[in-house]
Every structure is written in C-alpha cells, then in structure tokens.
Design a protein around this ligand. Sequence first.
Ligand SMILES: [Zn+2]
Length: 322
Amino acid sequence: MKTKRNKSTRRRVDKDRVTDNARDQASTGKMDWLRLPSNVEAWAPTQPGTVKMDIVPYEVSSENHPDRIEKGCLWYKLPFAVHRDVGIDSKNIVCPQSVDDKVPCPICAKRKLLLKDYDDNVEQIKELNPQKWVLYNMLDPKNPGGNMFVFAFSRGKFAATLEAELLEGDEGDLSFYDVTKEGRTLSVRFSKDSFAGTDFITAKRIDFKRREELDEDDVLGRVADLDKCLVVLSVDQVTRMFDGGEASPSSSESESSTRKRRSRDPEPDPEPDPEPEPEADEDKTECETARDRQEQPDEPEEEFDPVAAPSDEGDEDDDLFI
Ligand SMILES: [Zn+2]
C-alpha cells in the first residue's frame, strides 16, 4: 500500500496548473493494456447518454509525470500514447516515451525520420502515429463509498472536451477533481459520432455540479496509482517487436502482471490520425471540440449508472470495457 498521508500534508497543485495543462494537450488515442489493482475496475461508456461521475485525485508517484506534476502532489489524470499494430502479433503498446520523456521510443524515432520526407512516407507515418489516451480514477456519485473505477478513454473523445470546459468555464470548477467541497460532479453527455463509417461514443458536453465533500482518507486510500496502471515495455522489447522479429513478450514480467485485459484487441480507433505531428494539432483539436459542442445533436438525455454499465463481452461493437 502507498504511504498514508493526512489532509494537512497532501500537496495540491495551483489551480493555474489545471488550465495550463488543459491548454497543452493534443489529440486522440486508443488504449490497449491496463494493469489495475484488484480493488479497481475499468470503465468506459458504451452507449449514448448522460453519465454523472466524480473524477478523484491520486498521489503522483512518478518522478517524471507527463503533465509535469511533482511526485507526491494530488493530480487527476495520466495522459499517455499508444502505438497500434506493432510487430507480427499486431499488438497495441504504450509508447514508452509518452509516460517518461527520458526514455527514447524506437517507433517515435522512426516516425521522426520519416517525417523528413513526409510526402513519400505519408502512409507509413500514419501507421506509426501514436494515439493519445488518458486515465482517470472515478467514483459513482450515487455511491461514492462503492467501487472505484479507472476511466480509460481516447483523449479526443473525453479529455479534449473536458479541457475545453476547464479553459472556458468557471474558475470555481478547476478543483473539480478534489475530494473537498471544491470538487464537482461531472455530468457528461456522451453521444454517438462516426468517422469513416465507424460509429463511436464521444463526450459532447460536460457540466459541473456542486457536490458534497468526499471522505478524503477513504478515497485516497482506494484510488489506483495511475502511474502504475500501464504495462510499459522496455525499449529493447519495443525495438524487437517493432523490428518484426519477435512476438509480444508474453512470458515477461510485464505481460504476466497485466490484469483485466480485454479478451480481444480493441476495434480500430475511428478517429483521424494526427498529422504530421500529433503535437501540432492542439488548436485544431480544441476548435473541433468547440464545433462539436455547438452542433448539439439530438441525443436523448438518458442517465445510466456507471456501475450498471454492461460488463459482458457479448457485443463487440458496443463493449468498450477493457
Ligand atoms: Zn512512441
């Protein structure tokens, strides 16, 4: 278990960090491997409708958090990137550089080389584009003492909308993820959208609702350390897979510690790949998000309990559980 701290010693980041961070983010992504503590379940929306959720903080344990949050501070998310269809097994793997920029990623390095001659290499570059994802801890507001969930979703389908709301909304909502009275329940409207003939669920609108203070010691004692929830292969493993000569390291300690992995590979992400650099389309993403909000499609305002979201894997098209 993590080292216990009490309320007076837990470190909170300045509110400016929330807007600064929201401004810094880029586009889309897709998740493959999670490694969750046994007390935490994976969750993702599977149908259009409005979901109420309490995103709650965890204590950053990484020395090199992708959001530049200091170790020991309370923070609410872990962004990362995934490379798809790597190696002869076509595995989706976490980009090692996306969770620690001191670690070189051989796939990103190859992509960078190809970018020098973009027109000749455009198809290969697309294949190597990392997809961006974000992890959150969350509770069901109707049962905050109940199950803890990790919400893992493509960045473009939730985080981008949330960041736009944080940038444009009330400063009083910036501590939405805290366990104190400053925290907010998010009311998220998920709608169906489509790209290239593939339907998917995406967050179109997020409202912030006042909520009661949560039991800090209970929540902080149960949240997943998001910095430890991803299976990240070593650079050597990624290199061998990428070179195509080796299947995924199924007998490695990383793979064997993976839990709650999907029984099949996820569907192809229907969102457009970022081009030519994922870091270059931040403005476009925010503009697209704003446009989406203005469209206000006629989705029914249907509430459903996160806990009650379907967990069986009978329907491949609808099931977004990990
Ligand atoms: Zn990479």
